[in-house]
Design a protein around this ligand. Structure first.
Ligand SMILES: Cc1cc2nc3c(=O)[nH]c(=O)nc-3n(C[C@H](O)[C@H](O)[C@H](O)COP(=O)(O)OP(=O)(O)OC[C@H]3O[C@@H](n4cnc5c(N)ncnc54)[C@H](O)[C@@H]3O)c2cc1C
Length: 382
């Protein structure tokens, strides 16, 4: 099965709302197949470099971005995460060597979202396409789903009405496109909040492992962002006092907090309007799947559009979305449990389970993003 790249210039007009990771990937994957999509975003530019946000890039994403050449740049810039440890106090409950995953790529790399977005923007520029910043899609209610009409509103107040052949809503969790379709966003919000802080150290630190410390109740995660920046993520508001810094702190570069939601839209398309990334699904950061799943949506959609099979998009993506929501829900429940008996059972059984092949392999498989359907246009082993 070909990937549809190269060949003649395609004439279908495509508007992508949102230049986050999902929208940029959709634009790039369409551009390398001969389309000239228009991509707009109401922000001023990509996410600032110091905001780590979604920093895990899994092996499946590296497979998907190989064809555009972005993978080589990501691998050159990112930190391969070779070990994933779970601790309870000083005791190491499990140490999963992610390098034992067979295949071309390390299961997961760490790179700040802003850096990933800049690499996608640079690759897109090679096709003469640049995101139009400070331009919001104001979709109202989309009446004609086959030839959707939307208004674009620029920062100076100027407006423009467009009627693309295809509209892709990659405009994030509060998607205007999703609302204009009248589609709900069913699901639930957990009580738990996640708190994040990134620290830059005076000297490089060991950035080759990620770690979760179970605080019972609650957790504190340590994830590498770069050679001298670590992210700490926790369910505990007072988590900063629990951090054992590996080096002298030069500065706290970023802090954030958010409530966890598990939601997805179904179907993920109506007529010629498609939703991808956070516009279509949101879940907890446990497992580092969010951005990766959005990039995957974008790659599948671009391939299906090039094949003239875009009506299959929703049916092909929904099983992958449900699988990831289920997996991240399970992981989140494991690290946010409060019942002392349940905590004791988890701490007793999880380490021995992870010592055995099948459970360890399943965990590695999902960290790598290999638990969703393999992209059929990729004809080499992952
Ligand atoms: C503060 C914060 C912290 C986060 N931390 C983590 C984390 O720790 N781990 C993790 O895995 N994920 C995290 N995320 C989520 C992660 O950033 C998303 O999963 C990922 O960015 C999804 O990519 P996307 O392209 O689908 O959407 P987004 O990155 O949200 O991109 C959507 C784009 O659409 C634009 N847009 C919105 N409305 C309109 C409109 N009407 N018209 C035009 N453009 C519009 C926005 O400006 C934005 O650039 C965080 C998100 C935020 C906001």
């Amino acid at each position: 099965m070909g990937d549809g790249a190269g060949g003649e210039r395609k004439t279908k007009s495509i508007l992508i709302a949102g230049a986050g990771p999902a929208g940029l990937t959709a634009a790039l994957e369409l551009a390398r197949r001969g389309f000239v999509p228009r991509i707009i975003d109401d922000g001023q530019g990509p996410v600032p470099l110091e905001e780590s946000r979604a920093l895990g890039i899994n092996a499946r994403t590296l497979t998907l971005l190989s064809a555009s050449g972005v993978t080589d740049h990501i691998v050159a810039a990112a930190q391969p995460i070779g070990h994933f440890r779970i601790r309870s106090g000083a005791k190491v409950l499990a140490d999963v060597d992610t390098r034992r995953l067979p295949g071309r790529f390390c299961a997961i790399h760490g790179l700040a979202q802003g850096a990933t977005e800049r690499l996608l923007i640079a690759a897109l520029a090679a096709y003469g396409i640049a995101p139009e910043w400070q331009t919001a899609v104001d979709a109202g209610i989309i009446a004609d789903l086959l030839k959707p009409e939307v208004t674009l509103r620029r920062a100076d107040g100027a407006t423009e009405t467009v009627r693309p052949d295809i509209l892709i809503g990659a405009d994030g969790a509060h998607s205007a496109v999703r609302k204009a379709l009248g589609a709900g966003f069913p699901g639930e919000a957990l009580e738990a909040y996640f708190y994040i802080a990134d620290f830059r150290y005076a000297k490089p630190v060991d950035a080759h492992f990620a770690e979760i410390t179970l605080c019972d109740p609650g957790m504190l995660g340590r994830l590498p962002v770069s050679a001298d920046v670590l992210r700490y993520i926790s369910t505990l508001e007072d988590f900063e006092g629990r951090i054992v810094h590996p080096e002298v702190v030069a500065e706290k570069t970023w802090a954030s907090q958010f409530r966890i939601h598990f939601r997805h839209v179904e179907p993920m398309a109506k007529g010629n309007v498609f939703m991808a990334g956070d516009a279509a699904h949101i879940h907890s950061p446990a497992g580092a799947r969010g951005m990766n799943l959005g990039i995957e949506d974008a790659c599948w959609l671009a391939w299906l559009i090039a094949e003239g099979r875009e009506e299959e998009y929703s049916a092909l993506r929904i099983p992958a979305v449900k699988q990831v929501l289920k997996q991240t829900y399970g992981l989140t429940r494991l690290v946010t449990m409060k019942n002392p008996l349940a905590i004791a059972m988890r701490n007793l059984f999880a380490p021995s389970l992870l010592r055995f092949g099948p459970a360890r392999r399943r965990l590695l498989h999902s960290i790598a993003g290999y638990d969703t359907p393999r992209p059929p246009w990729i004809d080499w082993a992952e």
